[in-house]
Design a protein around this ligand. Structure first.
Ligand code: FAD
Ligand code: EPU
Length: 333
């Protein structure tokens, strides 16, 4: 059933909790309802990667399709999951039913529908590796599309859906979780986990690590990593290493190097730095927080300041990972 509300507070609808409102919000609970939607609307899941920096004038459509269907085959489990299901609820559901595979991605906030959009990733796993296909309504062509994993064009925090923010509404995501499961413990922070740990035990360890580093949005409003980790060429990397031999980095298959943006910001001594009510988290420099009644202008000023300082010191331009919303759509830093 589609519901329609006007003049709604956005504060509880995005995890950064800025004090703005939306002109109108539609909520849909069945996939077919999406075909009736017209006009220039914004699709919103749980708002954990979206920051509304002012009042929002366009209609918002929230996807609340809530279903988990499972089919078992000889080699694994085939899941078809509605876009409105909470991501961590899905992770717990699969592990409780002895379907391993999603454990490294535990406790990532947000909805299943948004997971393919930025190809959520954590602790050495990206969701695109486990997705078999995505069902989406093409708003421009007004037709249903089924994207195979390859057609989703998954990359680090990227996909075809992210690059076409006004084109697709994802209604269902299909996953394949193979029965031939192996633990994925290569990410540094997982080094202490027992090699014989069960998937459920790995999930519990990931939850504990995340709780020790990342602020819980219910207590300290935030949107996770504010910036993406930048990829640089060997030449740029060598220049940085000369001055900062201990820079946190990871070699990539294409010969480039990924830098830890949190390390760069931390190195500048910016933990705890504040602009108005927006601040850099004291435990994780890549996370900006709504510390004390922040306004959208505080967040933008802080983010732009961090970006300038990183560019000046390291010669690297870091890009926002979060979706920053102005009055009628995405804005750039
Ligand atoms: P929203 O913020 O509602 O939407 C995000 C984008 O997806 C928007 O552009 C929106 O238009 C689009 N979208 C949403 N639903 C749909 C749909 N059904 N169809 C089409 N487009 C849609 N991310 C990681 O990758 N790894 C992490 O480890 C991680 N940790 C985090 C920790 C914290 C504390 C927080 C607050 C965030 C973290 N994030 C992380 C970011 C966030 O959890 C993910 O980006 C998540 O997928 C966002 O889901 P959402 O439903 O809240 O998306
Ligand atoms: N670091 C510092 N200081 C800091 C923060 C980090 O020195 O303040 C160093 C760490 O010591 C480590 C390196 O930077 O050597 C990387 O830190 P961490 O493992 O915490 O990961 P991250 O690069 O900051 C990324 C993702 C997270 C994801 C974690 C775990 C991005 C933009 N962020 O963070 O995703 O949970 O790895 O895989 O890729 C998100 O996308 O919102 C998010 C939280």
């Amino acid at each position: 059933m589609t519901t329609h509300q006007t003049a709604i507070s956005l504060k509880p609808l995005h995890s950064f909790q800025l004090p703005y409102s939306a002109a109108e919000i539609f909520t849909i609970t069945e996939a077919d309802e999406v075909t009736e939607l017209k006009g220039d609307y914004l699709v919103l899941g749980e708002g954990s990667n979206t920051i509304f920096t002012c009042d929002f004038s366009r209609p918002i459509v929230r996807i609340a399709i809530d279903s988990i269907k499972v089919e078992e085959s000889d080699d694994g489990f085939h899941l078809c999951v509605g876009a409105g299901v909470n991501w961590h609820r899905l992770v717990l559901h699969t592990l409780e039913q002895n379907m391993p595979g999603l454990e490294n991605l535990a406790l990532i906030p947000g909805s299943v529908g948004a997971a393919p959009v930025q190809n959520i990733g954590a602790y050495g796993v990206e969701v695109g590796e486990l997705i078999s296909s995505v069902t989406a309504w093409d708003r421009e062509e007004r037709k249903w599309c089924e994207f195979t994993r390859q057609q989703c064009e998954f990359a680090y925090r990227d996909s075809i859906f992210k690059r076409h923010p006004k084109k697709f509404v994802i209604t269902d995501v299909r996953f394949f979780l193979p029965k031939a499961w192996r633990p994925r413990l290569s990410y540094g922070a997982l080094a202490d986990i027992d090699k014989n740990a069960s998937a459920y035990e790995i999930m519990s360890a990931v939850v504990a690590i995340r709780n020790s580093k990342l602020p819980n949005p219910a207590q300290i409003p935030n949107a996770g990593s504010f910036f993406k980790n930048p990829e640089v060429t060997p030449k740029v990397f060598n220049d940085i290493v000369q001055h900062h031999p201990d820079v946190a980095h990871y070699p990539l298959e294409n010969g480039n190097i990924k830098l830890a943006a949190g390390w760069l910001i931390d190195k500048l001594g910016l933990k705890g730095f504040q602009c108005g009510g927006a601040a850099i988290h004291r435990k994780q420099a890549l996370v900006l927080i709504n510390n004390d009644g922040a306004q959208g202008s505080d967040v933008l000023e802080l983010a732009r300041y961090v970006r300038r300082r990183v560019a000046k010191e390291f010669g690297v331009l870091i890009e926002a990972e979060v979706r920053l919303m102005g009055n009628d759509g995405l804005i750039e830093l």
